[in-house]
Design a protein around this ligand. Structure first.
Ligand code: PMP
Length: 284
């Protein structure tokens, strides 16, 4: 079934949607993106994603092609035109199309593309019941991971390394400590304390992370934002990841070492419930 996608001001059937071969997103990965979940036809944490998009664009001296209000309208229109109940909206802004040159071109219009991905039952994933098995890999990405760019080749390779070992995902390690998952933020739980890497240029400032830490504090759970090693993680009581598409997802094994009893932990399960419940309440 063909989707209706959005490209530079137009809603088109996906076969009709086109981007130039000179687009800098294609030639230089000169673009940023966001992924917003849709549950029950409503957008989860749209405001957070719009704010981070503005920040990513600012860091790369790119202009936003539309206002936040226009962006919300485009998201809603895509949900409507595609009858999207549960799934994702992917958004990408690139610097635009120009003759190939490393220097940023002047006066070029940014490219804006959005499309939907239907994922029926997204919030009821059976994976949440069994949890993820992860491996650790060195973090060899560039130093501005706080900018949500479309340079995703290493995370893609990381997922393939995990798959080759029969596992689900990889946690990346730099200078002896965990930065984040290939496409998610990483957490461990020890003696009831939730520990996750502090913010900086080394990790993406997850929108789900911000919400989950807020909900955890509101529920009187103890949160520590600091680095932790893979050894500390393997000795943890439980672990989990967060992302806009996975919400809160338990991790039950790291580098072949089962955590706790090898089943999703109670803190992870509770946070997943709270996150889904609270986010649905304020979905747009
Ligand atoms: N870290 C990385 C590297 C990611 O790719 C993602 C998801 N895109 C996240 C963290 C989680 O961010 P969010 O909760 O905003 O989806």
């Amino acid at each position: 079934m063909s989707r209706i996608v959005y490209v530079n001001g137009e809603f088109l059937p996906e076969e009709k949607a086109k981007v130039s071969v000179f687009d800098r997103g294609f030639l230089f990965a000169d673009g940023v993106y966001e992924v917003t979940s849709v549950l029950g036809g409503k957008l989860i944490d749209f405001g957070g994603h719009a704010k981070r998009l503005a920040r990513s664009l600012g860091e790369l001296e790119m202009n936003s092609p539309v206002t936040e209000d226009e962006l919300l309208e485009i998201h809603r229109e895509l949900v409507k035109r595609n009858n999207l109940e549960d799934g994702l909206i992917y958004l990408q802004v690139t610097r635009g199309a120009a003759d190939r040159d490393f220097a940023y071109p002047e006066g070029v219009k940014p490219t804006l593309v959005l499309f939907t991905q239907s994922k029926p039952g997204l919030a009821n994933s059976p994976v949440a019941e069994v949890g993820l098995k992860v491996i650790s890999i060195p973090d060899i990405r560039w130093g501005r991971r706080d900018i949500k760019t479309v340079q995703l080749l290493y995370p893609s390779m990381g997922k393939m390394m995990a798959k080759a070992e029969g596992k689900d995902d990889a946690w990346m390690v730099e200078d002896g400590v965990v930065t984040e998952g290939t496409s998610n933020n990483a957490y461990i739980v020890k003696d009831g304390k939730i520990i996750t890497r502090h913010l900086g240029n080394e990790i993406l400032h997850g929108i789900t992370r911000a919400a989950v830490l807020r909900f955890a504090s509101e529920a009187q759970m103890h949160v520590e934002e600091r680095s932790f090693s893979i050894e500390e993680a393997k000795a943890a009581d439980e672990a989990f990841i967060t992302s806009a598409s996975a919400f809160v997802m338990p991790v039950v094994e790291i580098d072949n070492v089962p955590l706790g009893d090898g089943k999703p932990g109670s803190v992870s399960r509770r946070l997943r419930e709270i996150y889904l419940e609270e986010s649905r309440k304020v979905a747009l």
